[in-house]
Structures are given as structure tokens and as C-alpha cells.
Design a protein around this ligand. Structure first.
Ligand SMILES: [Zn+2]
Length: 292
């Protein structure tokens, strides 16, 4: 009898070690990474659509329901998802493995002193690190570890998938760097400080933002100041995500000779951005064409 019980118990343990891992991510980009690593051992869902501002998300009961039945929750961290604690609490899922993917990333624009008085949404540093594709390796390492915690028996499978994906991505990175090489030092304005890591990777020079501070709406005063600043300043482009209004950028563009470009920071932000690689492909193609 005892032996039979033991066998049944071992069977359960073995099954649990190979169960489908239910993953929820904040961004669709992270959902793509989780799917690449998890293959057929995961079921992946995400919260923010690519044409939505990830900083400002209205919490819905359906988000809490998604987390209620999840094993792993992947987020960018650095307070990009200020709304996440609310849905984590609301899910009442005390087994949920909440993974902040920023832990091992080399962070940029981290202030010496955190100042919450200005309404700046980057008060712990710039969280848009996923737009430097060289950071994807660090992100995938965290995802492999998280999935392996949920399904230890599949660790080698997750590792192999991550390696395959990174090989493919590395080849793309080399291509993108070649495409962008002639445009090193090109002067740009961006709506929001989403492109800091991207610009650092490609040697682009972001001279200012349309927003007076990250997360603060453009104001006539700041726009006028920007127009004075960039007049004749050889600004090539103003980068605007799909979810921002283009009226202030258009105004600045008219006086600076720049073009307003719609680039996307997330999968699904434009139709062409089906996954992370095609998103980057679209951004690089659109930007390089404008800089020619
Ligand atoms: Zn931001």
C-alpha cells in the first residue's frame, strides 16, 4: 500500500515538473520573449496593447483575472508599470512568481536622488531598456530562470530555445548596426524618453523631448522653447509613438525642417510589428529611410 502511494506521489511530482506554465506579461514584447523561450510548455498572455502607453494603464478587473490563474508574471520594472502592484494585489494569487526583468540590466538615467515632486514617471531611471536589442539576452536569462522555477524538468528545453532565439537576434543586430552606421551622430527629437537605450546603441543624438518631463503633456511654453532651440539646428526627425498626439511634434517639425516619424516601442504598435524582431526591423527601416 505504502509503495503504491509512493509511486502515485512520484508520478504527481513528475507531472508537476512538466506542467504547462501559465505566463502573463505586462508588454506584448515580453509575451513574445516568453513564447520564444517557453515553446509548447507555456501559455502566454499579456496586458498592455502595443498602441497603448505602458506608463498609464487603467486597471481593469479582467487584468486581475488574468493574474489569478497565472504562475509567472513578467514585468519591465523600474516603475514602468506603476499600475502593476494594484493588479497583483487584486489577483489574490499568493503563488504568483512576480519577476522584475530589470534586475541585471545596465540602467540609464538613474537619478542620484529620487524626486517624486515633479510628476516625472522615470524617477528610478529610464525603464525603456528593451529597445536596445543587446539587452534581450539579459531579459531572456531572467525568463529562463523564472520558467525553470515553475517547471524544473524543462530547464534544458528553455535554455536551448533561448539560445536558438538569441542566435537569430544576434544576426539581426549585426544587420541593423550596418544599416544605421551611416547615421551615427544624427540629431533627433523624441516625444518621450523612450529611445535613450536605442539611441545609445546606434550612436544617435537625441537633443530634446517634446514632453517637458517624462509623462508630462507638452505645453505651449515648452514647445515654443523647443522651436527656438531647434530652428536651423539640423534636426532630422521627431520620433513619436502611435499613442501620442502629433500636433506639438508637427509644430516643431515645421520650424526645424525635421520629419515626424511614427516608430513603435512595442509589438502591435503598428501593423508591421508582429513580434520583437519585426518591430525593430520596422523601426530601423523607417528611421534609416528618413535619415537618408
Ligand atoms: Zn517612459
Amino acid at each position: 500500500m505504502k509503495r503504491i502511494l509512493l509511486v502515485i506521489l512520484m508520478l504527481f511530482v513528475a507531472l508537476a515538473a512538466h506542467a504547462t506554465v501559465r505566463v502573463v506579461t505586462t508588454l506584448p514584447d515580453l509575451a513574445d520573449f516568453a513564447q520564444q523561450v517557453g515553446g509548447d510548455k507555456v501559455k502566454v498572455d499579456f496586458i498592455v496593447r502595443g498602441n497603448q502607453n505602458p506608463h498609464f494603464v487603467d486597471v481593469k478587473p479582467s487584468y486581475m483575472m488574468k493574474l489569478k490563474s497565472a504562475d509567472v508574471f513578467l514585468m519591465i520594472g523600474m516603475e514602468l508599470e506603476m499600475w502593476a502592484p494594484q493588479i497583483i494585489d487584486g489577483s489574490r494569487n499568493d503563488k504568483l512568481d512576480v519577476v522584475d526583468l530589470s534586475k541585471a540590466v545596465a540602467k540609464r538615467e538613474v537619478p542620484a536622488r529620487v524626486d517624486a515632486s515633479q510628476g516625472d514617471v522615470h524617477r528610478f531611471g529610464n525603464p525603456h531598456y528593451w529597445l536596445d536589442p543587446r539587452n534581450v539576452k539579459t531579459i531572456l536569462e531572467e525568463i529562463v530562470a523564472a520558467l525553470a522555477r515553475a517547471s524544473p524538468g524543462d530547464e534544458q528545453y528553455f535554455k536551448a530555445n533561448a539560445e536558438t532565439y538569441l542566435k537569430k537576434l544576434d544576426a539581426k543586430i549585426a544587420q541593423w548596426e550596418t544599416t544605421m552606421k551611416p547615421f551615427r551622430g544624427a540629431k533627433l527629437i523624441t516625444f518621450h524618453k523612450s529611445w535613450t537605450y536605442f539611441a545609445h546603441w546606434l550612436g544617435l543624438d537625441i537633443v530634446d523631448q517634446v514632453e517637458p518631463k517624462p509623462g508630462i503633456q507638452p505645453s505651449p511654453g515648452h514647445t515654443a522653447e523647443l522651436i527656438r532651440k531647434v530652428r536651423g539646428g539640423n534636426i532630422k526627425a521627431i520620433i513619436v509613438e502611435p499613442f501620442y498626439d502629433t500636433s506639438a511634434p508637427e509644430q516643431i517639425a515645421r520650424s526645424s525642417g525635421a520629419k515626424v516619424l511614427r516608430l513603435t516601442t512595442s509589438v502591435g504598435g503598428v501593423e508591421e510589428a508582429k513580434d520583437y524582431i519585426s518591430m525593430m526591423e520596422y523601426n530601423i527601416a523607417t528611421l534609416s529611410a528618413a535619415l537618408k
